[in-house]
Design a protein around this ligand. Structure first.
Ligand code: ATP
Ligand code: MG
Length: 437
């Protein structure tokens, strides 16, 4: 029987015998004593190996063992304020399972080198902490929707259709023709709401982004929802509630990780108490002009710099609604009663922007139910309407108002943890220039 390291870092274990196993995280020796910090998935603890307390051969192995050597240790747990975590294990047994070669990762290496070594770098305390929070987050997404009566629906990944426009589609050779990797589950989710009413998923999504940024991956996970009878204002309320639920869970389960990653959890908790505003695109341009002196022409999509600037004026996420119809995907309907007096047609859509950087974490909308308008929009985008005939059927057989959104899992994690680059929000990132390891 082995103990997990977190278990023995507890006052109740002081003076007791323990058996732990893991990997050497750090080690130093001076003659007759070795201090090895051992790591398992629950934490780290110092193992003190003194000659004479264990068989000579095992002591020699402890002297020789390099970082990342795997080992089973037996010994007595003892309180020691100088040790990380406040306890050490005085070894009476040090059983090396496999000696490690000199480890290629040392201090002060570049981010790109660490990404090259990602298969090993995932063992770092930083990456381990991030991946634990990610696991909490995706678990929370399932719990949130299931507790509200949503059904999980997972979409096909191979698809014949575009959804978010042809520019970012990955083509795949499929026998003797070309199809695509999915950009969004949406068209299929729209079919499913006529059967299941309310659906959600968390699924891989692919976009061949044409530029290198710190917020775009080519393969990422999108957690989406779609529901019949709901307007875009209804699903904005769901999105705000979902993100608050995710934050609450992370605060509950991951205090240690938040501390290690130097995340201000008081600030995060404070956001749960506040109402998160909804503003229009037209209002966002006004804010840019009045508060930041940036004059953006109405009708242009917001760029990263502008999103960042807008969010300097807010301390919680903000839903920006009613973007110009002309720059929106074909399925977003016109809002006939806009909140302000925009100079052109706007859509029933929203993006959720996050404070501290202006990351867009969610995008969503109502879906057009007017078949003639849908066909006209597809034609305007040079799409082959024939490919969408099955989708248009959804408007022919009992169409109802319905809406949905996609939440970027890595984006949201990047924001919550304050990660500079989205590549650190996923274990094995895929970008324009990186597909390995
Ligand atoms: P952006 O303007 O940032 O490219 P988008 O408008 O293309 O985003 P949507 O189509 O609305 O994004 O997708 C929904 C969500 O998916 C976004 O809000 C974002 O959180 C996430 N997302 C979109 N593209 C990427 C990407 N390339 N890498 C990681 N996450 C992404
Ligand atoms: Mg995009």
């Amino acid at each position: 029987m082995f103990n997990e390291i977190s278990e023995i870092l507890d006052a109740g274990f002081d003076g007791k015998e323990a058996a732990i196993r893991g990997w050497i995280h750090r080690t130093r020796s001076s003659g007759k004593i070795v201090f090895a910090v051992l790591r398992d998935h629950t934490g780290v603890v110092q193992v003190t190996v003194k000659a004479g307390n264990l068989p000579d051969a095992e002591f020699e192995d402890a002297v020789k063992a390099l970082v990342e050597t795997s080992v089973e240790v037996r010994g007595t747990v003892k309180k020691d304020d100088r040790a990380p975590g406040g306890y050490e294990v005085l070894a009476s047994g040090f059983n090396v399972k496999s000696f490690a070669q000199p480890y290629p990762i040392t201090k002060d290496q570049s981010e790109e080198w660490l990404r090259e070594q990602r298969h090993l770098w995932v063992r770092s305390r930083k990456m381990t902490a991030i991946m634990k929070v990610r696991s909490t987050m995706t678990g929370a997404i399932h719990d949130f929707f299931r507790s509200k009566g949503y059904h999980e629906f997972t979409p096909p990944i191979f698809t014949p259709n575009a959804c978010e426009g042809g520019a970012t589609l990955f083509e795949v050779k499929y026998y003797d023709r070309e199809i695509y990797l999915t950009q969004s589950w949406q068209l299929y989710a729209e079919a499913m709401v006529f059967a299941l009413g309310k659906v959600y998923d968390n699924a891989p999504t692919f976009r061949s982004e044409k530029s290198k940024t710190s917020r775009h991956l080519t393969e990422f996970w999108m957690a989406e929802m779609e529901a019949a009878w709901l307007t875009y204002h209804d699903v904005i309320a769901v999105a705000k509630e979902e993100i608050k639920f995710i934050i609450e869970r992370i605060l509950e389960y991951n205090q240690a990780e938040l501390e290690l990653l130097e995340v201000d959890s008081v600030k995060l908790a404070g956001m749960l108490e506040k109402d998160w505003p909804t503003i229009t695109y037209t209002k966002a341009l006004q804010i840019l002009k009045e508060k930041s002196g940036m004059d953006i022409e109405w009708g242009k999509d917001l760029r990263t710099v502008e999103e960042e600037e807008i969010m300097k004026h807010f301390d919680t996420p903000v839903a920006v609604v009613q973007y110009p119809k002309a720059i929106m995907a074909f399925y977003k309907p016109v809002e006939e009663n806009p909140d302000d007096d925009p100079p052109g047609p706007v859509a029933k859509c929203f993006d959720m922007l996050a404070p501290d950087g202006g990351l867009e974490i969610v995008g969503g909308s109502e879906r057009d139910t007017d078949i003639e308008r849908l066909i006209a929009s597809l034609e305007a985008e040079d799409e082959d309407v024939k490919n969408y005939d099955w989708y248009l059927d959804l408007r022919r057989y009992g169409s109802v108002v319905h809406s949905g959104y996609g939440l970027g899992v890595e984006r949201t994690l990047q924001w919550i943890l304050g990660l500079e680059n989205i590549k650190d929000a996923i274990a094995f990132p895929r970008t324009m220039t990186r597909v390995s390891p």
